[in-house]
Design a protein around this ligand. Structure first.
Ligand SMILES: C[S@@+](CC[C@H](N)C(=O)[O-])C[C@H]1O[C@@H](n2cnc3c(N)ncnc32)[C@H](O)[C@@H]1O
Length: 205
């Protein structure tokens, strides 16, 4: 597994290494970031559909990384690098205004109030998004948990750096036109939950 990952690793020698975007991707049209990719189906679909983009994708669940690697190898995907670890460590290494699109798809909901501080949408991570996203960059958040959807809108509404795109009257029930779905989403739909698809734009700096 470690050998297989080394070809695709964003940080081949671990976190002590400095992230070197130029050696990872040759002249990408844009850099995208996916956080918590699970088994990696969405990573592979986006990478295949957008070959000029450099995609950085993070997941700390080792079995998920292994499954994502299988998708990348099978499809001979070359424009994706993986970080098997905490996305926040990778974000810390990204240059200011370097990212054009962030995917946060079905983040862990942490339903108990005493665990809400663990939710990925929180003030510190929004500071990081604001720093690494350039003006006009977009953040996509999908969730099937009504409380997390409201939480996300409330936290981003407080920020001057982001604007929610789309008409709130729609309930944000329509997936993005290039949406391949995710494994977690398929389970949520099977269990009768209704996802929302939120898109936020990074306002110009
Ligand atoms: C509910 S799952 C959704 C997985 C996938 N996005 C999907 O829709 O099928 C959330 C995933 O985020 C990962 N995750 C949570 N916090 C993370 C972090 N700070 N860095 C990297 N991955 C994280 C978890 O390991 C888990 O696999």
């Amino acid at each position: 597994m470690r050998d297989r990952l080394s070809d695709y690793a964003a940080l081949p020698d671990g976190l002590d290494q400095k992230l070197d975007l130029e050696s990872l991707f040759s002249a990408p049209s844009e850099l995208w970031l996916e956080i918590g990719f699970g088994a990696g189906e969405h990573v592979a679909a986006q990478a295949l559909a957008n070959p000029s983009v450099g995609l950085l994708a993070c997941e700390h669940y080792l079995n998920g990384v292994s499954s994502c690697l299988a998708h990348l190898e099978k499809n001979e995907i070359k424009n994706t690098k993986l970080h098997n670890g905490d996305a926040r460590d990778l974000m810390d290494q990204l240059p200011d205004a370097s990212i054009s699109k962030v995917f946060l798809l079905y983040p862990d909901p942490w339903p108990k109030a005493r665990h809400h501080k663990r939710r990925f949408i929180n003030p510190d991570n929004l500071d990081a998004f604001a720093r690494i996203m350039h003006g006009g960059a977009v953040l996509r958040v999908a969730s099937d948990i009504p409380d997390y959807i409201q939480w996300t809108m409330d936290h981003l509404e407080e920020r001057t750096e982001f604007s929610l795109l789309g008409d709130p009257a729609s309930g944000f029930r329509e997936p993005w036109t290039d949406w391949p779905g995710t494994r977690y989403e398929a389970k949520a739909l099977r269990e009768g939950r209704t996802p929302a698809y939120l898109t936020f734009e990074r306002n110009p700096q």
